[in-house]
Ligand binder design. Structure first.
Ligand code: KIV
Length: 288
């Protein structure tokens, strides 16, 4: 008999790291994609603030609000029942005060059915991470390229390339682990640096543009399925080109509607002959 799939938990991820089994994670932002990712058997769904760019069309992730994030988290949670669900804390939802950070982290669990939260930053976020974890909310860290501080970093570019910067990445990972993070995303750092961090940390690392030696990998769904054309980072592999397929399907629809071949007989609701004849007669009698 097939075993029933269970919800992915933090101990499951930890066991994967310890047994050398890779962790899979992708983003999703709505109900149908939540269903899709769940069906594919992915371990973790991140409702990423990348939705600002790939769903809402903003230039970067900075403008997205708590309310928008919660709205999309709820939709994903309605569709995805087995993956661990990570709510991404948007810019300025955890930077103003520790109280504000704990309150907002709590909203992801109480109001949007997320299991855990993720936030960006290293040493400067240690206190906030500790406070959220102390409140009983698991936190995933995110270091390396942190898109919310893109202007400070000088653009979307690889981090940790110099000796000093590489040491800082290792120190940040260790500090976040000590502060209580259950996992850390490593974004856009050199592969050998990610391997060092992964070896030094007891908690799982999830890489995006961080090479193959992380404990897991994450990609933005719209990048990997070819649904976001504005730009594709070097670290993305396009597993499908859904926007091309979508345009082809829409062009065929336009063509068939214009020719009158859609809808066909199989898409139509019919009226019985006697009702049809009676209707015509009745309308004529009434002069309609
Ligand atoms: O928002 C997001 O999609 C992310 C990933 C790039 C890890 O933070």
């Amino acid at each position: 008999m097939p075993t029933e799939r269970k919800k992915v938990t933090i101990p499951d991820l930890q066991a994967k790291k310890e047994e050398g089994r890779r962790i899979t994670m992708v983003t999703a932002y709505d109900y149908p994609n939540g269903v899709l990712v769940d069906k594919a058997g992915i371990d973790i769904i991140l409702v990423g603030d990348s939705l600002a760019m790939v769903v809402l069309g903003y230039e970067n992730t900075v403008p997205v609000t708590m309310e928008e994030m919660l709205h999309h988290c709820r939709a994903v949670a309605r569709g995805a029942k087995h993956p661990m669900l990570v709510g991404d804390m948007p810019f300025m939802s955890y930077q103003v005060s520790i109280q504000q950070a704990v309150d907002n982290a709590g909203r992801f669990l109480k109001e949007a059915n997320m299991d855990v939260v993720k936030l960006e930053g290293g040493l400067e976020r240690v206190q906030v991470v500790r406070a959220i974890v102390d409140a009983g909310i698991p936190v995933m860290g995110h270091i390396g390229l942190t898109p919310q501080t893109i202007s400070k970093l000088g653009g979307f570019r690889t981090q940790g390339k110099s000796l000093g910067a590489a040491i800082k990445v290792v120190e940040e990972a260790v500090a976040l682990e000590e502060a209580g993070c259950f996992s850390i995303v490593l974004e856009a750092i050199p592969d050998r640096l990610a391997a060092i961090v992964t070896k030094r940390c007891k908690i799982p690392t999830i890489g995006i543009g961080a090479g193959p030696d992380c404990d897991g990998q994450v990609l933005v769904l719209h990048d990997m399925l070819g649904m976001f054309d504005r730009f594709t980072p070097k670290f993305v592999k396009k597993y499908a080109n859904l926007s091309e397929l979508g345009v082809q399907a829409l062009q065929q629809y336009v063509d068939e509607v214009e020719k009158g071949t859609f809808p066909g007989p199989e898409h139509v609701f019919t009226l019985k002959d006697d009702v049809y004849e009676a209707l015509l007669g009745e309308l004529e009698k009434r002069g309609v």
